[in-house]
Design a protein. Structure first.
Length: 451
């Protein structure tokens, strides 16, 4: 790359968005497959407590790993802007700083793993048997923490530089290793719940080995040797800390909402807890799919801001919004039509099936409510306007807690799902009024696009 990143002309925006989003959608959809495979294997081990244990263990790692999702999101925004500006030096430095941060956080997680697992699972709740199974899963998986966090950085770099096919290949590799390992560990070696966790850890390690090779192969050429003084430059570190702090707090609010959702569901019995876990696979699958357009928005918005192109910014938002809405409609129709069949494939336990079918309409409605917040997340991440993201998510969490307090008592688990959808709607409603602030920061420079 010798200059600023070229952006699409007027007639090429839909093609460019789809060329970016489609491989990202496929890559993202491999992520919930990992969770769905774990859920399906646990769902056939013999009891709802097995499935509940994997569900709680998965939620724990949502907190521990996704809580540091700023390593992916912050890297994407910073790399996309450097990519758009054609600044190879800044691009390399941003990746190196993020990798060092990922390794440091991963090492700390390993250091405190025992009390972290114990207290976090006790806080979430669940029966004694569910707790025991969750601990088995967590201790078997947590050893891959540094690899999992470094994989976020690799993915952020690939998305920020719009190398989406390599991102797809990386995610397919990780999930292929997971499927093979979980079948070998659980059914071949008889490791049970611990085998499910160990399989995911193995997949994370394999993904990092592949990602490290990719980073080395794609490293910028012709630059001066990397200097430690440049890596630790005060202004850059201050900006990195500010971006990561805001995304971290935003992610804590998001995970706190799902933690509260699991906690309230667990108080209603193992069958409801397991049913909610099954239906959250619907939510996760949809979120990863629609996030493909959000990630495309991150890359294109970041490149537009790096190139100081206001027109490109507006086109990136509009076109991604259109395709996101169409994708949400597709997910909703699939869930309405095939949701019962999917539930039957995920578990053979009659009580869990019946409970999941009762609450399926909420999961089917969720894509239409959630899509706006997902897309705007991508816009604000690409613009590195993370303070607005944090504020909007804090407001949304407060609304969710108030709604759950008001609705769960009279309506039970239906009220809990209604509160979750109110939370999803609030995410979009709070970000929309702030969108104009992002446009205003691009400045007066605006490249003219060919008609």
């Amino acid at each position: 790359m010798s200059g600023a990143q070229a952006l699409p002309t007027h007639g090429g925006w839909h093609r460019r968005v789809l060329m970016l989003a489609f491989p990202i959608v496929l890559a993202n959809l491999t992520q919930p497959i990992l969770g769905a495979v774990d859920t399906a294997v646990a769902g056939h081990l013999g009891s709802a407590a097995d499935l509940g244990g994997v569900a709680l263990g998965g939620l724990f790692f949502n907190f521990v790993f996704w809580g540091f999702g700023f390593l992916r999101m912050g890297t994407t925004g910073l790399v996309a802007q450097a990519h758009g500006a054609g600044d190879l030096t800044a691009l390399r430095l941003n990746v190196v700083r993020a990798l060092l941060l990922a390794c440091g956080i991963g090492a700390f997680i390993l250091l405190v793993q025992s009390p972290l697992i114990r207290y976090a699972l006790e806080l979430i709740g669940g029966s004694d048997e569910v707790q025991r199974n969750a601990r088995l899963y967590c201790h078997a998986r947590i050893g891959s923490a540094p690899f999992a966090l470094a994989n976020y950085v690799v993915l952020g770099y690939l998305l920020g530089t719009q190398r989406v096919r390599i991102a797809l290949a990386t995610q397919v590799l990780i999930n292929a290793v997971n499927v093979i390992a979980v079948l070998a560990f659980v059914y071949g070696f008889g490791w049970g719940i611990a085998g499910i966790g160990a399989a995911t850890a193995t997949a994370d390690a394999a993904g990092f080995a592949f990602g490290a090779a990719v980073l080395w192969r794609l490293r910028p050429r012709g630059l001066a040797p990397l200097a430690w003084r440049a890596v630790t430059e005060a202004a850059a570190l201050k900006r990195l800390v500010a971006i990561n702090r805001d995304i971290f707090l935003r992610t804590l609010c998001l995970l706190g909402s799902f933690g509260w959702f699991a906690h309230v569901g667990a108080r209603q019995g193992d069958a409801v807890l397991a049913a909610n876990a099954l239906l959250l696979n619907f939510q996760t699958f949809m979120a990863y799919g629609l996030d493909g357009f959000a990630h495309a928005a991150e890359a294109l918005v970041g490149a537009a801001i790096g190139a100081r192109d206001r027109h490109a910014f507006r086109q990136a938002v509009r076109v991604n919004l259109l395709w996101s809405a169409l994708g949400a409609l597709g997910f909703s129709l699939v869930y309405w039509g095939a949701g019962g069949w999917i539930i039957d494939k995920l578990t053979d336990q009659a009580a869990v099936r019946a409970a999941a079918l009762a609450f399926l309409p909420w999961a089917a409605l969720s894509p239409l409510v959630s899509v706006w917040g997902f897309l705007l997340d991508g816009v604000f991440i690409g613009a590195t306007r993370t303070r607005e993201l944090m504020k909007a998510m804090a407001i949304s969490l407060a609304v969710f807690l108030a709604a759950s307090w008001a609705l769960v008592g009279p309506f039970g688990n239906h009220g809990l799902w209604a509160a979750l959808l109110i939370f999803m709607a609030t995410r979009g409603l709070t970000l929309m009024p702030m969108l104009g602030r992002v446009t205003g920061t691009i400045g007066p420079l605006e490249m003219q696009q060919a008609p």
